[in-house]
Design a protein around this ligand. Structure first.
Ligand code: FMN
Length: 198
């Protein structure tokens, strides 16, 4: 069992998603002691953004350092059975560092392909667990619902890549008040404790 653990919060020790993603990995490891874990922190070590040098260069002929970095991120995903992703909401979407990591994954022939019947995602065997946190509330009944481009984007993105098992552990309203933050965190940790190991 290979677990890939991704963090993307810029808030260091104060980060809710880092606390949650780390609790998720610990919970899985307690039940799967032989699991191998790779941790990638895309806030501390951001991947290159898309550029002609990073993406358009032919890696078989002359792999540039940027192209090699993006390929390594992709290989980690392909080798993983479970991918735990710390995904904060920043300005209604995911952090740009997390977007750069996602950009490294959408590679035709590796994670999806075009066939006679349209697009086929190739990551159907992977399990994804998102550790989400937001300052406000974005539920379907909320007036803010139309601004929710974080969890919905991740669901759509990984759905395109063929993922069917995507779970979200989420803390909402963490900036509304300290009391609300405590409740959200307790509920999210309770969700973590109920995650199945496999
Ligand atoms: C740069 C920045 C942008 C943010 N943008 C939003 C936002 O658009 N909507 C929201 O509800 N909360 C927003 N927040 C609050 C975060 O979603 C909240 O602090 C959450 O806990 C972030 O995850 P983290 O603690 O792991 O960094 C923002 C926070 C930061 C630092």
């Amino acid at each position: 069992m290979n677990i890939l653990h991704i963090d993307s919060s810029i808030q260091g020790e104060q980060s809710v998603t880092r606390s949650l993603s780390s609790a998720i990995v610990t919970h899985l490891r307690d039940q799967l002691p032989d699991a191998q874990v790779i941790h990638r922190d895309v806030a501390a070590a951001p991947l290159p953004q898309f550029s002609a040098e990073a993406v358009l260069a032919d890696p078989a002929v002359a792999p540039t350092p940027s192209a090699r970095e993006l390929t390594m991120a992709l290989e980690e995903v392909l080798a993983a059975d479970v991918i735990v992703i710390g995904a904060p909401m920043y300005n209604f979407g995911v952090p740009s560092q997390l977007k750069s990591w996602l950009d490294a994954l959408a590679v035709p022939g590796r994670t999806f392909r075009y066939g006679a019947d349209g697009v086929e995602g190739l990551l159907g065997e992977k399990r994804i667990i998102i550790a989400s946190s937001r300052g406000g509330f974005y539920g379907p009944e909320s007036p803010m619902a139309a601004l929710e481009h974080q969890e919905s984007y991740l669901r759509a993105f990984f759905g395109f890549l063929g993922v069917t098992r995507l779970e979200v552990v989420g803390a909402e309203g963490v900036r509304m008040s300290p009391e609300r933050a405590d409740i959200a965190m307790r509920e999210a940790m309770d969700q973590v404790s109920r995650l199945q190991a496999a």
